[in-house]
Design a protein around this ligand. Structure first.
Ligand code: FES
Length: 478
């Protein structure tokens, strides 16, 4: 039985396809409030129906279009835009009374809208008689236009996605790599109400890594902090206020944003002002500048962040010790091609990073020969541990579910707002890329499994101790 909420939502209009998705030559599969729909059209008419053939239940969206008539992929029954059956190939001339479970279909703003139930005859539902209008787009000279983005799946419910749009405080954390302001404080803003419409304006400061062909806004750079793309800060040295310079960098091969990783980029930078670090008094007033109620709240927030960071670092240490132990316990000859392939991958990443930073092996206090030997050891250790973990995982029925893979892809897609569909398409078309996602998830699950079995002794250490040798550990543990 449908919940009261869904029954209410059934009476509202929702877009289920872009007009361009619904070709004369192909139907389109959509889903609305848990129902699978097929969207199709004849030359003149749009149609939306339940995506299930009344004959034997085949998915109509897998079928074909013939001159505006939808053909079922199973026994070929044909359906017109009103949902009536026009042909049964096995019984030409027969006209069964079967009809599709059809819904209204309306085009507005380049989208196909439908609703699953008729509105009730009352004042509230009266405003649901037609799909909503978006008045701003009706006056193009005001600068509003539709940006027709690509489809992307959001693995959450309607309420969560609505909340996501309303609460911009997640920008600084979820979209840090792109448009999120590094300052988590959300400046006060006014919400205006016009009958049932609410609107508000939020000022965004776009991050420097917004897009390869994009335009960045003002952003503060702490030269020497090493927080920007390698090589970026170095090229700002010597610039004065008002000066312009083209900064050329290469995004690291392991850059979080897969679309930018390994890409060369040019930033046209203008220095607006130069500031020197000053002192900050951590007090109530300072907490308020960050948008927090009080100093206590600020302390709580900082504590929470540190806890997350420390838990992550501690987990890394446990993982490192566990992998060291496994490495020690398992010595066997490696398949030579596997080891060589892994070394090539590692070496390629090392050379790319070094090039991106404009540095040499000598700058790193080593030689190419020594570095090769060192990274060959790391590659061999990775292959050996990979094989050992695979064996443990297999023997203990540890698997990676499709849902875990999807969640991971959703995370990756979130990092490139507006280009989510490209990320989905990339993974859909590249089983190798999906395998590359699966491997680390599998490894983490096997590590979790072993940590559960292991006797882990808790030890109190200072932050410095926790951070010590972190770099070495990161490279070796991976
Ligand atoms: S299931 Fe559609 S024609 Fe048979």
């Amino acid at each position: 039985m449908r919940s009261e909420e869904l029954t209410m939502l059934d009476r509202m209009w929702f877009p289920v396809a872009r007009l361009d998705d619904v070709g004369l030559d192909r139907p389109f599969a959509a889903e609305l409030l848990g129902r699978r729909l097929v969207v199709y059209r004849s030359k003149e008419t749009l149609a939306v129906a339940t995506d299930r053939c009344p004959h034997r239940g085949a998915r109509l969206s897998d079928g074909a279009m013939h001159d505006g008539i939808l053909e079922c992929p199973y026994h070929g029954w044909r359906w017109d835009a009103s949902g009536s059956c026009t042909l049964v190939p096995s019984q030409p001339g027969a006209h069964p009374a079967a009809t599709l479970d059809a819904f209204p279909a309306v085009e507005r703003h380049g989208l196909v809208w439908t609703r699953l139930a008729e509105p009730a005859a009352d004042a509230v539902d009266e405003r649901l008689a037609r799909p909503p209008s978006i008045p701003e787009t009706e006056v193009p000279e005001d600068g509003w236009a539709f940006a027709d983005g690509a489809w992307f799946d959001v693995a959450c419910g309607l309420r969560s996605i609505t909340e996501n749009f309303r609460d911009s405080s997640h920008f600084a954390f979820v979209h840090r790599e792109t448009f999120g302001d590094v300052n988590p404080a959300v400046p006060a803003y006014e919400v205006e109400r016009d009958e049932w419409r609410l609107s508000w304006t939020i000022r965004l400061t776009f991050g420097a890594a917004w897009a390869v062909d994009g335009t960045g806004g003002d952003v503060g750079v702490n030269v020497g902090s090493g927080t920007f793309i390698p090589g970026f800060e170095d090229q700002l040295v010597g610039m004065g206020a008002g000066e312009q310079r083209v900064v050329k960098v290469t995004f690291p091969a392991n850059y979080g944003n897969a679309q930018l990783a390994g890409k060369e980029a040019e930033f046209d930078v203008t220095v607006k002002s130069i500031e020197a670090p000053g002192t900050v008094t951590i007090d109530e007033a300072f907490a308020k500048t960050l948008g927090l109620e009080s100093l206590d709240k600020l302390k709580e927030a900082v504590k929470g962040r540190l806890q997350v960071e420390h838990t992550g670092l501690a987990r890394q240490k446990v993982k490192r010790q566990l992998l060291d132990k496994l490495d020690e316990m398992h010595k066997f000859a490696l398949p030579p091609t596997l080891a060589e392939d892994e070394f090539k991958n590692v070496w390629n990443a090392v050379e790319t990073d070094l090039k991106a930073q404009g540095r040499t092996f000598e700058d790193e206090g080593t030689t190419e020969e020594k570095a090769r030997a060192e990274y060959r050891d790391i590659a061999e250790r990775r292959v050996r541990l990979g094989l050992v973990l695979a064996e443990i995982g297999e023997k203990n029925n540890i698997t990676v579910t499709d849902e875990e893979i999807s969640r991971n892809i959703v995370e990756r897609a979130r990092q490139v707002p507006g280009r989510e569909q490209e990320v989905w398409d990339y993974y859909r078309k590249n089983p190798g890329a999906v395998a590359a996602i699966r491997a680390p998830i599998f490894e983490e699950k096997v590590v979790d499994f072993l940590v559960e079995l292991a006797k882990v002794t808790e030890k109190q250490v200072s932050r410095e101790e926790l951070l010590k040798d972190d770099e070495d550990e990161k490279s070796a543990a991976g």
